[in-house]
Ligand binder design. Structure first.
Ligand code: ADP
Length: 179
């Protein structure tokens, strides 16, 4: 399994807990309220401390497919990018476009805020039920296209953090198929 180097940006896979990542920003798979939830969202709020919820309250929520920035507070990451993935409803409700938009908007927000290293969870593939192989193909495809279209990007490293083996295998497959 090798990394993908696209222009300035290294795309890599890692196993583990995103709250422990030493990167400039971690991405949170949030819900539209931005007021915390289960899964990775709950883990990020626990690790960042109550200041994160206070910061999120000021943002007035976030639409599905959009992304918003807060500090990382007690996390090693200086920033959290909160994005809201689509709930899977069979695939005919714009889910693919909305999921791609999560990655695209997160990258644009990172770029605009001087973020060089970024870690993504597998957005929508937990509680929101997005089929893993389709979601990882969209994640890798969108990030790859961004890197190809932004040869001067300041983002040098993008890590897909996999919480379980099935997710890791799905990303490995998506990396292979994107080559
Ligand atoms: P969604 O509501 O967008 O589906 P979830 O948090 O339920 O979000 O799941 C998204 C992905 O994040 C799943 O692959 C889940 O296993 C994973 N996940 C849960 N906790 C963590 C964590 N601490 N670090 C990285 N990934 C995590």
């Amino acid at each position: 399994m090798k990394d993908l180097q696209i222009n300035q940006t290294n795309l890599r896979l890692a196993k583990g807990d995103i709250t422990r990542c030493e990167v400039d920003a971690i991405v949170n798979a949030a819900n539209e309220s931005l007021l915390g939830g289960g899964g990775v969202d709950g883990a990020i709020h626990r690790a960042a401390g109550p200041e994160l919820l206070a910061a999120c309250r000021l943002l007035n929520g976030c639409r599905t497919g959009d992304a918003k920035l807060t500090p990382g507070f007690r996390l090693k990451a200086a920033h959290v990018i909160h994005t809201v993935g689509p709930v899977w409803r069979g695939g005919t409700h714009g889910e693919a476009e909305l999921l791609a938009s999560c990655y695209q908007k997160s990258l644009e927000l990172a770029e605009a805020n001087g973020i060089r290293t970024l870690a993504f969870p597998a957005i929508s593939t937990g509680i929101y039920g997005y089929p893993l192989d389709r979601a990882t193909a969209i994640a890798v495809g969108t990030v790859r296209t961004y890197s190809e279209n932004h040869p001067q990007t300041i983002i040098t490293e993008i890590t897909f953090v996999c919480f379980d083996d099935a997710t890791f295998r799905a990303y490995e497959q998506a990396f292979e198929e994107s080559e």
